[in-house]
Design a protein around this ligand. Sequence first.
Ligand code: FAD
Length: 141
Amino acid sequence: MQGVCREHDAPILPRGAGTSLSGETVNEAVVVDCSRHLTRIDAPDERARLIRAEPGAINEKVSEHAGRAGLVFGPDPSTHGYCTIGGNVGNNSCGMHSVQAAFEGDGARTSDNVHALEVLTYRGQRLRVSRGAIEGRAQTS
Ligand SMILES: Cc1cc2nc3c(=O)[nH]c(=O)nc-3n(C[C@H](O)[C@H](O)[C@H](O)COP(=O)(O)OP(=O)(O)OC[C@H]3O[C@@H](n4cnc5c(N)ncnc54)[C@H](O)[C@@H]3O)c2cc1C
């Protein structure tokens, strides 16, 4: 998809619930609503204290799944029943329980609570980024 957009010089704008406060999800662009289909949440890895979710997964649902392993995803904006993990990452969101997360983990912000991201760039590179590491390969479509 991003290959076609690139051919036509069309910008791409991913969005989750669109609850950002500064119009971040409004533009003349191909808008990708991740909350529609990119919603998978895997079972939590209790030992590693990690959970893997697609960007359109709802924050509250991710926390519900994580709760099965006694974990909580700390950042919980007031919009937690609607906002998505992709939007949390895009805005580096916090929340009421973020303060508690700061005591139990690395900090209060979403960036403090993300282990790794799989990223697709506009130029078609698929990257796995984590603290201190970037692995990637080019993708053609
Ligand atoms: C009433 C109200 C209360 C709020 N309370 C809080 C609060 O307590 N704490 C707080 O931190 N925020 C708060 N917010 C702001 C907002 O709800 C949060 O920032 C939330 O995390 C945004 O999630 P979203 O799914 O709506 O993201 P969106 O608004 O859809 O997107 C946010 C940004 O992330 C980008 N993005 C989304 N998905 C992707 C993706 N897959 N790949 C790349 N970029 C992506 C978008 O382009 C955009 O720039 C509040 C907002 C409202 C309206």
